[in-house]
Design a protein around this ligand. Sequence first.
Ligand SMILES: Cc1cc2nc3c(=O)[nH]c(=O)nc-3n(C[C@H](O)[C@H](O)[C@H](O)COP(=O)(O)OP(=O)(O)OC[C@H]3O[C@@H](n4cnc5c(N)ncnc54)[C@H](O)[C@@H]3O)c2cc1C
Length: 396
Amino acid sequence: MRGGGHNVAGIALCDDGLVVDLSPMRAVLVDPVTRTARVQGGALWGDVDHETQAHGLATTGGIVSHTGVGGLTPGGGIGWLMRRHGLAVDNLLAADVVTAEGSIVRASTYEHPDLFWALRGGGGNFGVVTSFQFALHPVGPTVTAGPVFWAADDTADVLRFYRDFVADAADELGTVVKFGTVPPLPVIPEELHWRPAIAVGCCYAGGVEAGERALRDLRAFGSPLIDLISPMPYADHQRSIDDTVPHGWHYYWKATNLDGLSDEVIDAVAGHGYAARSPRSYAGMFHFGGAVARVPRGATAFGGREAPHAVVIDGVWLPDESDELGAAETAWVRAFLDALEPHPAAGVYVNFLDADEGTVRVREAYGDQNHRRLAEVKAKCDPDNAFHVNQNIPPA
Ligand SMILES: Cc1cc2nc3c(=O)[nH]c(=O)nc-3n(C[C@H](O)[C@H](O)[C@H](O)COP(=O)(O)OP(=O)(O)OC[C@H]3O[C@@H](n4cnc5c(N)ncnc54)[C@H](O)[C@@H]3O)c2cc1C
């Protein structure tokens, strides 16, 4: 299945198999009265934000607008709004699904509840979702959002500050920390482009002034290279890093959840975060908690709700750059992950797994209990494992 989205593992395509191209199915239908949206299976998050924000509404989606609803949602769906409004799957009310045997069924709490449970975290294992129905919430349209950058040398100090800053942050505050370089975006002065830097990206899903108050201490910390936080349309914020991770570049990534930001973790991040050769390589650290952690682990198939942070380490190089650089970036990703591995929290986000992970890592993503139940649902819905070009859950 491919929805025209963005999948690093390259598992949307296959040889000697069937590829279902959903990219023409991008319609988004908003009902502002019930605050719900029906979203076709090939839509991108930019499509969803565009239609929902016309009504001052939104639901949790990814932080890059050219990723697809179709792949991101069934894996869980993490983004700026999740601490306030839950994961994408926590906002999923129903899904229309083409099953392995070719039936069209509606999955919700009331219809095919096992399939509905599995679709909320189990990835592309259970069928082709032709339409998602999401709950929407008032968001913006203007929010206080953007990143603050500090020099890479300040990483340990910034992370120690950040550890305390997010410990009692309001649910409205979503943050993602990026370790890498200052991107060469037009809004950033040229002399800063490609400078090694730590950035804390923010989005306050509440009133603009409350957001400014909530972010005051962060912005005042140390000596930022540049502070780009300002009131801005939520939909613009959702597009703001699109150009740093376009389609067509080469990517290799690894991920882990972290049990916290101990001094050892901070040292590991400061030691490895800037050791990539390609200035486009980066690591991103999402902050969970809030509404994500309040949903019981077994309520959906998504694993790792209790983890405070999820890290993804992304080696990035250009198609015309050498294989040798690609090998160096791949080695950097693996070494960085190894350095974090003594500090894992339960689970790893299944949508951040690459193509070379294997079944043990997929099981770890869900935890034994959720994985067992997923395998049982798979045995009912797809006993021959027709949908297996994915982070596969074999039927059992
Ligand atoms: C630049 C970038 C940023 C990202 N940011 C985030 C983020 O902020 N939050 C987050 O949660 N994840 C994020 N991800 C990870 C993302 O969730 C996965 O890469 C996901 O697989 C992307 O799905 P897609 O629809 O874009 O890709 P596609 O290649 O279209 O699909 C990937 C797979 O998803 C399944 N799938 C796709 N459509 C359907 C459907 N209609 N029904 C059933 N299964 C389907 C299939 O198994 C398919 O092979 C990001 C990825 C990238 C590359």
